[in-house]
Ligand binder design. Structure first.
Ligand code: PMP
Length: 777
């Protein structure tokens, strides 16, 4: 019954059948008799039926031009949801005696009325009284639960056009012209137009399904003290649409009248999100969607008030309430609203487009960092700190959304935020996370997979949470096994942060190194000297420790020799070292925290160096960023250690870490990343070496696979280290969008260690950026 060019029942009056007539139909068609009370409604005539036995029903009569298909869809949706989740508290649809759900009655003005009967749901509408946060979250949670129940529902009429669908805003814009107050009218029109232009086009890309679409304070029922949700009623707006619209409606229409409605709305969102996590753009659109819902409601009410014969009536006060709600949302504003939502839902930091604003925000974070964290905690690029907000594959995005090619980070081993790993972590955190004092399969599957990848007898595994812890445990094992206390490490070695391992990390100590139980050996310089030429130095170190009474417990070697400057050890060097350490009664520990999992083109770095250790330590890349460390050793060493200690790590080997680790191995194997590291690494080294012939500032290009070092010097003849030039080049590359690190005892080696998903095209980008950074002027 359209009264002008405004669509979709905006102005239609509700049916008004005589109660006696309905009672008679109810008795004949449904076999239900009782007293009937007309309880009003927006578009429908609603009557509560109470039988003599005290059972209540709701009888609904819709508009005469409602289509049979749409009503059939609504009732089918109700039945579907009730079947999927019987505890939801949605009204049961009561069939007629003949099994049908709808009864057609010729309408006075042509067409027909369609009658349907529902069972009664206990509780009263949540209304606009006090709504504690727990109730607000339950509202969101209930709507999410309903949507989960509706997720698989299909009906050809679910795509019908609906008055209250936010996507109808362009068609309903004329309604806003009926707003009497000129200022208010302009403001509502602005909101509607802005929505049409900037938000509406984005909705088409969001996940959609059949939704209830009308979670108002009248349609959600509660009971008890403290109140709990008992059900959801009124399926008259059921439609197919963006899932997030369900939540936006609930946020707008269940929080009015509260002190801080947006904060309350965020609680509703939190409840929804816990049951049905928001995705992609959905959270960022919620404020706009909720506001659009309110603006649309104000427009429709104004238009009804202007056109209905009976006048504005109670619509006036409703309209004021919705306008107040809109004022409250507007007072918060889009940015603060999103921040509030982010905090409540614990959403990750978003990309915020807006040059100078993000710079200020980054500076603020740096200042807060200095104040709150360890002062002077090292920061990459202190002149231009990198504010990272998102990672994907080879790319790190800054707060402005600018992608940077990440040629530095080896922790995201199979690429930043690899979906296979992220999904494994997310799913396992939802299922179970506990410790190895319980029995579960992932820790064993992961240990098996690690053992399979290790040569010889390296097949017993213990889990910890970092490279440092793995080295600490390995060192304890070696001391326990050997009964000795001395260690051999390279002069520039770094192995971690614990007190014991700090002593085995002379990398930045220089003359201040005072750990008599640790002997520093000369790292192999890759200067043409053969392995034998290092033997004397190794013997010297062993003698030193033996004569000081420590004896040899172990040598610990990082197979990349990273902090020594990323050096190319001559063939046989590691074998020589290991043989002499074993002869002195010590164990050989390969610190594979940097080199492991295929980075050098072989599964383990020690394989590339041609020697097999007694203990392997793993960390950094193992779980693509989820903390996970491991020690792999021989069954004999593990058994001995178990007998003499009572070692346990609370987080070590937890199911989430193990699933993350397993997912990394899946990707490594499936995508052949070890072979790719050898291939792309070889190509990159060739290109960097070619660049080296063109610039005096490049001394050597070293390393293998995807762990390369470019030595920066004053001139190739003297090979005098040039740390300032190195820092300048790294900063210039960062400004050009390529991230590399700085390494070595003289801080003059560019450290190139990208995720293993690095391809030749990425290598080309890196080489191009380095070329430009080295160019004079
Ligand atoms: N060993 C080596 C070779 C490393 O490079 C590092 C970290 N840079 C560690 C051990 C310590 O690992 P974490 O920081 O995870 O404790």
């Amino acid at each position: 019954m359209k009264t002008d060019n405004t669509p979709m029942f905006v102005h239609s009056a509700r049916p008004n059948l005589a109660v006696e007539r309905i009672a008679a139909i109810l008795e004949v068609e449904w076999g239900i008799s009782g007293s009937l009370v007309d309880v009003g409604g927006d578009r429908d005539q609603n009557l509560v039926v109470t039988t003599a036995a005290g059972t209540s029903y709701l009888l609904k009569i819709g508009q005469p031009d409602e289509t049979h298909g749409v009503l059939d869809m609504q009732l089918a949706a109700l039945r579907h949801a009730a079947h999927q989740d019987p505890g939801l508290g949605i009204p049961p649809v009561i069939p007629k005696c003949n099994g049908e759900y709808l009864h057609a009655l010729p309408a006075d003005a042509g067409g027909r009325w369609l009658l349907r009967v529902f069972g009664y749901v206990a509780g009263k509408p949540i209304g606009t009284g006090p709504r504690p946060p727990a109730l607000l979250r339950e509202i969101g949670s209930t709507m999410a639960r309903l949507d989960r129940a509706l997720a698989g529902f299909f009906h050809p009429d679910a795509g019908h056009e609906l008055l209250w669908d936010i996507r109808q805003i362009p068609a309903l814009r004329p309604c806003a012209l009926d707003i009497v107050d000129g200022g208010q009218r302009d403001r509502i029109l602005r909101i509607l137009d802005e929505f049409t232009e900037t938000v509406l086009p984005r909705l088409g890309g969001l996940r959609s399904q059949v939704i209830h679409a009308d979670a108002t304070f009248e349609n959600i029922l509660m009971a008890g003290d403290p109140p709990a949700i008992t059900g959801v009623i009124d399926f008259g707006d059921v439609m197919h649409g963006p899932l997030v619209q369900e939540l936006a409606v609930a946020m707008a229409d269940t929080t009015s009248g509260l002190d801080m409605p947006w904060q309350a709305a965020c609680e509703v969102a939190a409840g929804f999100d816990e049951r049905l996590p928001l995705e992609g753009e959905e959270p960022a659109l919620l404020w706009d969607l909720a506001r659009a819902r309110l603006a649309l409601t104000v427009s429709v009410l104004a238009s009804r008030a202007a056109h209905r014969a009976e006048g504005a009536g109670s619509m006036e006060s409703d309209m004021i309430a919705y306008q107040d709600q809109l004022d409250a949302f507007d007072a918060v504003g889009r940015n603060r609203a999103f921040l509030e939502l982010r905090r409540t839902l614990r959403l990750p930091e978003p990309v915020t487009v807006g040059g100078s604003d993000t710079e200020t925000e980054t500076a603020r974070l740096v200042a807060r960092r200095d104040e709150r964290l360890m002062p002077g905690l090292a920061l990459f690029y202190p002149e231009a700190p990198f504010h990272a907000v998102r990672g994907e594959g080879m790319w790190l995005f800054d707060a402005d959304g600018t992608p940077h090619l990440d040629c530095y980070n080896n922790v995201p081993h199979v690429g930043h935020c690899h979906p296979h790993v992220s999904n494994a972590v997310a799913r396992q955190t939802r299922a179970l996370n506990t410790n190895t004092r319980y029995v579960y399969d992932s820790v064993l599957e992961y240990a098996d997979r690690l053992a399979e990848r290790c040569p010889g007898e390296l097949s017993s595994v213990m889990f910890v949470n970092s490279g440092s812890e793995a080295n600490d445990l390995a060192w304890r094992m070696a001391r326990t096994w050997s009964g000795h206390g001395g260690a051999l490490v390279t002069a520039g070695a770094y192995h971690g942060v614990t007190e014991a391992i700090g002593a085995l990390s002379p990398y930045d100590a220089g003359e201040d190194f005072h750990h008599p139980h640790v002997a520093r050996i000369t790292p192999p310089a890759g200067d043409g000297r053969g392995a034998d030429e290092y033997a004397a130095d190794i013997d010297r170190a062993i003698d030193e420790l033996t004569s000081a009474g420590y004896g040899i417990a172990a040598t610990m070697i990082d197979s990349t020799l990273a902090s020594d400057g990323i050096l190319d050890a001559p063939a046989g060097w590691l074998e020589t070292l290991f043989a002499r350490v074993r002869a002195a009664g010590g164990l050989c520990i390969a610190d594979e925290v940097q080199a492991g999992f295929g980075r050098l083109g072989t599964e383990w770095g020690f394989e590339a160096l041609g020697a097999i250790p007694d203990i392997v330590t793993l960390g950094k890349p193992a779980a693509n960023g989820y903390p996970l460390g491991a020690v792999v050793t021989t069954p004999a060493i593990m058994k001995m250690f178990a007998e003499r200690t009572d070692f346990f790590s609370t987080f070590g080997g937890n199911p989430v870490a193990c699933n993350a680790g397993l997912a990394v191995l899946d990707v490594l194997d499936r995508d052949g990343l070890r072979a790719a590291a050898a291939e792309v690494g070889g190509y990159l080294k060739e290109r960097l070496s070619a660049l080296g012939t063109r610039y005096e500032a490049i001394g050597e290009v070293r390393g293998r696979g995807l762990f390369l070092g470019v030595e920066v010097v004053t001139d190739r003849g003297s090979r005098e280290p040039a740390p300032e030039a190195t820092a300048r080049v790294a900063l210039a590359m960062r400004r050009a969008g390529v991230l590399v690190g700085i390494e070595g005892p003289h801080a003059n080696v560019l450290k190139i260690r990208p995720p293993l998903v690095c391809e030749r095209t990425h290598a080309d980008v890196l080489v191009g950026a380095l070329d430009r950074a080295l160019r004079p002027g």
